[in-house]
Design a protein. Structure first.
Lengths: 401, 144
């Protein structure tokens, strides 16, 4: 049933932006298990740190991108309430994390280019670890409230996300012979990176491949270690034009390409013709073309990794190897920052750093391209983030200035 | 937002009532476009293939093949705590394998499950603690 035709989705139109946007500051909130903190407290901490990193004051920020639908967003009103400022701020809800962590620079490009805004924040936070007891199936609540899913999936226990992705992983194993130790290699590499990262939730917890294989199944063929954490945390990055960014405190990182892809079957993943693929099939080639690069040019990769299988599929779908070859590609230490292969999620990802939905993936890439990451890839010049939400994927190509 | 009956379906909601009414009669039914005869799954107001607006719920044979599955070993929500371990997955229908029905695999050993295993529909009640309402649902079992 694998659809070889590319008719199951499409690439979105993204305006040309190469050279128009730079990332000039990054900040992460404290990432943790249940902390009792609100989304706004977490966002404010991340924003303060991003501004300190860039060497800017709150009054310098005249643009904010945030996500609607993830609790209390840190929008312009919240920004003013926190900092006691009153100036005009352009804002858009088309920012935040997941796919928008990649597309926010494209959304900001127009206002930065026109001069309508000079310094635009993209901010995201989540307090799902604190809120989990009140949620139905944790982050699955959204799916439980979708009426077709509530009627045609939930009654059979095909809910929440670990069940979807166990089913996808099984089909990947059926079609391509992917093995548990190959999924395990992704989890083990992420954990090793988290062990090196000062802000990672799993900093103190080791995981070997033998440990992984000895762990019980949660939803066979996935173990708990194949699934992301549930965290409180967040992050922010500050964008400006490359010219302005050069005058700020930190070396700027250039946004070289942005892509976005969509699956035609939308939220109903059970019906996606290419069941073991992600819309990176549509997104990555567009972003790479905009940046004028190919997969071989990428020095460090950060992929939205709610489950090991999602990272594996994106590696294939972005063209780092052929479809179905991802298992062999990730084996051993190939994904480690010093493994000689393709370094992936050098901060530990959603699996072992924190489940902050991708905002920290972009921040980690910026640190890599500045040469200041904890698990630094020597001489990294090009970093790529792959965002994913199931029915959408996005791609962000960053380049050292 | 209607989650009070979670995880039971709202069998009267117009979007999927045909599925549940058929199941109560021990039939598996899928919307089929009256114009182009294609099955439309999940249900939509119009046929995605031809735009036709007449999509009657149509009984199918209940035969198919196992496309993929997951064995839930640990309940992720309390409502399923008494069911674990159980098998949930996708069955590709004989009439159109592009139609995948989310279901439970029953009356089988986990070890006998394999890709493309021929299966047939059986009808069983959905039973959950604290839910008295009885809903008959299509589930699948190996054909052999």
């Amino acid at each position: 049933m694998t659809a070889s035709a590319r008719d199951w989705g499409s690439a979105s139109e993204i305006p040309e932006l190469a050279g128009a946007v730079a990332i000039a500051g990054v900040g992460e909130a404290d990432h943790s298990q249940a902390s009792g903190r609100s989304e706004r407290e977490i966002s404010a901490q991340a924003v303060e740190r991003a501004l300190a990193d860039a060497g800017l004051a709150p009054k310098d920020v005249d643009g904010i991108l945030y996500s609607a639908g993830f609790g209390d967003a840190f929008d312009a009103k919240a920004f003013h309430a926190h900092f006691g400022t009153h100036h005009e701020i352009w804002e858009s809800p088309r920012g935040g994390a997941t796919v928008w962590a990649a597309t926010a620079p494209a959304t900001a490009a127009e206002v930065l280019h026109s001069g309508k805004a000079r310094h635009v924040l993209n901010v995201f936070s989540v307090s799902w670890a604190t809120q989990r007891p009140q949620m139905l199936g944790g982050p699955g609540q959204f799916h439980a409230e979708e009426r077709y899913k509530a009627s045609l999936e939930v009654p059979f226990g095909w809910f929440p996300q670990p069940v979807y992705f166990a089913t996808i992983a099984r089909r990947h194993m059926i079609e391509f012979g992917t093995r548990p130790e190959q999924l395990g290699a992704i989890a083990v590499s992420a954990r090793r990176h988290a062990n090196l990262h000062p802000g990672a939730v799993m900093r103190e917890k080791q995981l070997s491949l033998a440990d992984y294989l000895a762990r019980p199944m949660l939803v066979d063929p996935l173990r708990v270690e194949d699934c992301c954490l549930i965290s409180d945390g967040g992050g922010a990055y500050l964008m400006s034009t490359p010219e302005r960014a050069r005058d700020l405190r930190r070396p700027p990182v250039l946004v070289a390409g942005v892509g976005e892809g969509r699956s035609a079957t939308g939220l109903y993943w059970s019906q996606q013709p290419a069941f073991t693929s992600t819309p990176q099939v549509f997104s990555a080639p567009a972003a790479f073309a905009m940046a004028g690069i190919g997969p071989r040019d990428v020095d460090v990769l950060a992929l939205y990794d709610p489950f090991t299988i999602v990272a594996l599929m994106q590696i294939e779908d972005m063209g780092f190897c052929g479809k179905g070859e991802g298992g062999a590609f990730v084996e051993g230490d190939a994904l480690d920052f010093d493994g000689g292969g393709l370094p992936l999620n050098t901060h530990g990802g959603l699996l072992s750093h924190a489940y902050v939905l991708g905002i920290s993936h972009v921040i980690e890439l910026v640190r890599q391209l500045r040469g200041e990451a904890a698990a630094q890839v020597p001489g990294a010049e090009i970093g790529v983030y792959g965002g994913y939400t199931g029915h959408m994927a996005s791609t962000l190509v960053l380049r050292r200035a | 937002m209607k989650t009070a009956d979670f995880p039971l379906p709202d069998t009267e909601w117009e979007g999927t009532c045909g599925f549940w009414e058929a199941a109560a009669r021990e039939q598996l039914a899928i919307p089929r476009c009256a114009a182009c005869r294609r099955f439309q799954w999940y249900p939509r107001e119009r046929c995605l293939a031809c735009g036709g607006g007449e999509l009657p719920w149509t009984a199918v044979s209940g035969r198919g093949t196992l496309f993929s599955w997951a064995v839930v070993r640990r309940a992720l929500v309390p409502a399923f705590a008494e069911k674990v371990p159980f098998v949930t997955g996708l069955v590709a229908l004989a009439e159109d394998p592009a139609v995948r029905v989310v279901t439970n695999l029953v009356d089988c050993e986990f070890e006998e499950l394999r890709a493309e295993l021929p299966v047939r529909v059986v009808f069983r009640p959905l039973v959950f603690p604290n839910q008295e309402r009885r809903v008959i649902a299509p589930m699948f079992t190996p054909l052999g």
